[in-house]
Ligand binder design. Structure first.
Ligand code: ADP
Length: 719
């Protein structure tokens, strides 16, 4: 357009001044024909008399007789300034009216008088306008077409302004696109995922790293797609929580978020920094800082710290324990360095080696001497030991006991070296042990041992003696047994010899009492009765003794036969009946109705019954005597019960002995030999049975015999 105008005015040079509102300047653009000339410079709007400013604000074509300074137009030619408007702009300068414009112009410049002047200010199209620019043209003479040029400029102004605006927009857009490209490459090069999310939590923008975590395509593997889905869910829920909490707290703060690496499925940990992009927080930008390695390292560090703390704690405990041991151990303990200097000792050691001890005070006099002597001995020992290659040493040492009553203490020193990693000795720990008690114990032990040896010798001698006595006793016992057997054999074999004379005595006495040898006077008769009674007693005694002897000598064979128990009881009862009657007692026997068959020696069973029944009668003054019999399994049980004098507890076992009668006076009263029960027991034993007794003194007794229903035949042989 400028070129057209130049052609119309026959000019070779011209340019356009455009209003820069912000800078309050008129800025030259698109100069034509300035290749060999100084280009025009900008003009300030603050110069109210500048012809270009006046032309613009007054919207009047201004012509100047020659060029102006800094206008680029030479002073030899004429200058024409043709203004043009733009659609109204808010802060644009205001127009001035014609008189004002006239007033401002001086010198070579004046308003050109043309037909269309200011016609456009009447707003023919109703569009509000603002000043915009000025065409500056160089011309030799005032052109004829000036009116047309002014009109064209006026009409073209708004279009030009729009074109310029669109150019500016395009430039801006290109610039923005460049900036965007730069920013995108910067953002993409960041190792941290960055996402911009709109109010609906949809991702609007994300960098490559975020895309890797949060976007997927059809070609991706199933695993990767699932991981991406999970990541999206995690992020969305994190962000919605975040928005809620930041609505409360107001400030954006870093929170942790777990995600999954879509490539290998490993866990990732991010620190999410969220920042709203605008006031309304519709869009937020989130920077996810990958702290997986950091956290791993932090955890590892934490673990290390904990381990160190634990080790410290253990070490402290160990040292506390050592201190406790040191202070509480009853033995003196010393720690010395490799030059035999004491660096640590417990209280017990201080008593022996300390020159100044807390509760004792400074060592003086005898005490000091004792301490020095101890120190010398100990230092010698330690020096010697530290030079030797051995790692531990034990030695007995006599130390002085410092104090009011000096004494020598036998001590045992056990020392061990503490070495560093290279085996160099660092310190020596010595434990001293008082051997006084041990020495005393050893002495006592020695004494005890001697005493024990002596005792042992005595016991050995006594045992030897006993052995001898035992041999003698065994011999005596055998002799006794032999004698007893001989006695029994003698008695058994003498049975006939003993009984025959007594039977003769009884028989002849009976004949005499029956007056076979003539009459007797009373005294003779009384004598004979006594003789007969004595003889009968003697016979009974001899019978008993002989029976016993026979049993003991094994000369009383069993004659086993089928026997009905009831018959035996009946016979014994008939035999005992006279004695019962004589003492006015009651007697009854009880037995099963069915005959009870036994395979036994009937004579011996009957003798057992008679022995027990006669004793019962003998020791009963009044009342009842009962014999009851019953079967118990394969045994027969016989009970002989009386209501007699009974037997004292202490005599219960003695009555079974041979010739034993519990009360001499009573025996005299009751008579007897003291053999009955002994024989009874031996007989029942021979039959394979046994006897028991229960008795209450003063009330009566029960003797019970258990006999086998069938006595084994071998007993017959034995018997
Ligand atoms: P003995 O009857 O000939 O004296 P025993 O051997 O038969 O000799 O009895 C020993 C002692 O047992 C008797 O002296 C008597 O003291 C006591 N004794 C035996 N049976 C009875 C009984 N039924 N009641 C009280 N005492 C008895």
């Amino acid at each position: 357009m400028l070129a057209r105008f130049c052609a119309l005015v026959g000019s070779s040079r011209g340019y356009v001044l455009i209003l820069d509102n912000a800078a309050r300047q008129l800025v030259p653009t698109v100069p034509i024909g300035y290749e060999n000339f100084d280009p025009p410079t900008a003009r300030t709007m603050d110069d109210a008399n500048d012809p270009f400013v006046v032309a613009l604000l007054g919207m009047q074509v201004v012509t100047c007789a020659h060029g102006l300074p800094r206008s680029g137009i030479s002073r030899r030619t004429r200058l024409i300034a043709v203004p043009f408007p733009q659609p109204r702009v808010m802060d644009a300068p205001r127009f001035i009216d014609r008189p004002d414009a006239d007033r401002r112009l001086t010198g070579p410049c004046s308003i050109a008088s043309i037909d269309s002047a200011r016609a456009w200010l009447e707003r023919p199209d109703g569009v509000a306008l603002s000043p915009y620019g000025v065409f500056v043209l160089e011309t030799e003479s005032l052109p004829v077409a000036l009116d047309r040029i002014a009109c064209a400029a006026r009409l073209a102004g708004p279009m030009l302004s729009r074109l310029a605006a669109s150019d500016a927009h395009r430039d801006r857009a290109e610039e923005l696109a460049d900036q965007r490209a730069v920013l995108t490459s910067i953002v993409n090069s960041l190792p941290d995922p960055i996402v911009i999310i709109d109010g609906a939590h949809q991702i609007v923008v994300q960098n490559q790293r975020a895309e890797h975590l949060l976007s997927m395509s059809e070609r991706d593997s199933e695993g990767r797609r699932r991981a991406v889905e999970i990541n999206n869910l995690l992020l969305t829920s994190h962000l919605s929580k975040e928005t809620a909490s930041s609505a409360v707290n107001g400030a954006a703060e870093a929170r942790e978020l777990n995600m999954v690496d879509p490539d290998d499925g490993t866990d990732l940990l991010f620190e999410v920094l969220t920042q709203p992009l605008d006031e309304n927080e519709n869009a937020i930008v989130s920077v996810l800082r990958d702290v997986t390695d950091l956290r791993r390292a932090a955890n590892e560090l934490e673990l290390q710290v904990q381990r160190v703390r634990l080790a410290e704690y253990e070490a402290k405990r160990e040292s506390d324990r050592l201190n406790l041991i040191l202070t509480n151990v009853a033995d003196p303990i010393l720690v010395t360095d490799d030059r035999a200097n004491i660096i640590l000792m417990n209280r017990q050691a201080e008593l022996l080696f300390g020159s100044a001890t807390p509760n004792i005070g400074y060592a003086t006099g005898d005490r000091s001497t004792a301490v020095r002597a101890n120190d010398t001995k100990f230092t010698t020992f330690i020096s010697d030991f530290s030079l030797s290659p051995e790692s531990a040493r034990r030695e007995d040492m006599e130390l002085q006991k410092p104090g009011d009553h000096p004494a020598t203490i036998p001590m045992e020193v056990v020392a061990g070296k503490i070495v560093d990693r290279r085996g160099e000795p660092l310190a020596i720990v010595s434990v001293l042990h008082d051997l006084t008690e041990q020495a005393e114990n050893e002495r006592l032990y020695e004494e005890l041992k001697n005493f024990s040896n002596e005792l042992e010798a005595r016991v050995r001698a006594a045992t030897a003696d006993l052995g001898e006595q035992n041999v003698r006793l065994q011999w005596q016992s055998r002799e006794l047994e032999k004698a007893n057997r001989l006695k029994s054999e003698f008695l058994a074999s003498m049975s006939h010899e003993l009984r025959t004379p007594i039977n003769a005595l009884i028989g002849y006495t009976a004949l005499m009492l029956d007056r076979i040898y003539g009459d007797l006077n009373d005294r003779q008769e009384e004598g004979l009765v006594r003789i007969r009674a004595a003889a009968q007693h003697l016979l009974a005694l001899i019978n008993d003794i002989l029976d016993l002897a026979k049993i003991e000598a094994g000369r009383m064979p069993l004659h086993l036969e089928d026997t009905v128990l009831q018959e035996l009881i009946r016979e014994a009862s008939v035999q005992i009946d006279p004695l019962i009657k004589k003492k006015g007692l009651t007697y009854r026997w009880i037995a099963p109705d069915e005959p009870l068959h036994m395979m036994t020696d009937r004579t011996k069973v009957k003798q057992i019954m008679l022995n027990l029944l006669s004793n019962a009668v003998k020791f009963t003054h009044s009342g009842t005597i009962t014999l009851s019999a019953q079967q118990e399994g394969d045994l027969v049980r016989l009970d002989v019960t009386d209501s007699g004098i009974g037997i004292r507890k202490e005599d219960l076992s003695a009555i079974w002995d041979d010739f034993r009668q519990v009360d001499q006076s009573r025996t005299r009263e009751f008579g007897g030999t003291g053999l009955g029960l002994s024989i009874t027991r031996k007989l029942s034993g021979a039959l394979g049975g046994r006897v028991t007794l229960s008795s209450e003194y003063g009330r009566g007794s029960t003797f019970t015999i258990f006999l086998p229903i069938r006595t084994e035949p071998h007993r017959e042989r034995d018997g």
